[in-house]
Design a protein around this ligand. Structure first.
Ligand code: NAD
Length: 262
């Protein structure tokens, strides 16, 4: 790898000319990440299970002057992911960045956790991260470069009294999968890192927000005393997607206001 000159160093956070796929692109964080990557220069493919819900994200990306394509795809279905990746290549010719945002949360006391709910969380959060990484990883291997950013959580770092037997376990798996893929694919010049946020107020966490006692338990554990905001997630994702993070791989970056610091 060559040494950068000053102009290249100045531009190393730019995503101009890059193509990014964002799974779960209709969700609160997916939409924010897709628009954030576009604001920094990337063209975007957003994926989700229904076309209508993706249109809002498409409009936001186009409003900042970048190209956007919505592709229906369930991340747990390998054939659908393959088709989505082929459509991306047909439209844009390459894939520089993959951000695996799609995920769900279900909370129950561990002793009552329905096994089918546990399996659903593991399926979408773990298998639904692995499959897009596998399919896009093959494209990036051919290209000889790529940036993959998975989405973990502070729940991957330590247990929590809020009923996270499935969610925390699934995000622990996402963090380890990130390190595993980084280790296997460094030789192909593919960086694989994870952004692991603390709580945002999105539909995924609505039930926590609505329960004052539970909300306090969450906020008391965050030294900075607030929930995460979409821009917190965008900053770390843009960084990991950019040339500024060329030598960073296999890392889980906690975007958590100090939650995991102590
Ligand atoms: N909200 C938080 O506090 C928080 C904190 C840490 C990590 N996260 C993680 O961030 C990610 C996004 O969370 P969010 O708050 O935006 O949630 P959200 O519910 O708004 O968005 C999640 C998106 O994933 C999609 N999705 C679910 N199953 C899918 C499947 N099988 N195939 C394709 N798409 C599917 C949903 O349709 C939705 O659009 C998740 O992985 C979540 O675990 C969220």
């Amino acid at each position: 790898m060559k040494v950068m000159n000053n102009t290249e160093i100045k531009n190393m956070f730019s995503l101009e000319g890059k193509v990014a796929i964002v799974t779960g692109g209709a969700g609160s964080l997916g939409e924010g990440v897709a628009t954030g990557l576009a604001l920094h220069g990337a063209d975007i493919v957003v994926t989700g299970r229904t076309l209508e819900t993706l249109q809002e994200t498409v409009k936001k990306v186009e409003a900042v002057g970048k190209r956007a394509l919505a592709v229906v795809c369930d991340v747990t279905k390998e054939e659908q992911v393959k088709e989505m990746v082929q459509k991306t290549l047909d439209a844009f010719g390459k894939i520089d960045i993959l951000v695996t945002v799609a995920g769900i949360a279900k909370r129950f006391p561990a002793e009552e956790f329905p096994v089918d709910a546990f399996e659903q969380v593991m399926d979408i959060n773990v298998t639904g991260t692995f499959i897009p990484c596998k399919i896009v990883g093959n494209v990036m291997k051919e290209q000889g470069y790529g940036k993959i950013i998975t989405v973990s959580s502070v729940r991957a770092f330590a247990g929590h009294p809020g009923g996270y037997a499935a969610y925390g376990t699934s995000k622990g798996a996402v963090s380890l999968l990130t390190k595993q893929l980084a280790t296997e694919w460094a030789k192909y010049n593919i960086n694989v890192n994870s952004v692991a946020p603390t709580i945002f107020w999105t539909p995924l966490t609505q039930e926590v927000l609505e329960d004052e006692k539970l909300k306090k338990i969450f906020l008391d554990r965050i030294p900075m005393g607030r929930a995460a905001l979409v821009q917190d997630m965008v900053g770390s994702t843009v960084y990991l997607a950019s040339a500024a993070a060329d030598f960073i791989t296999g890392q889980v970056i906690y975007v958590d206001g100090g939650c995991t610091a102590g």
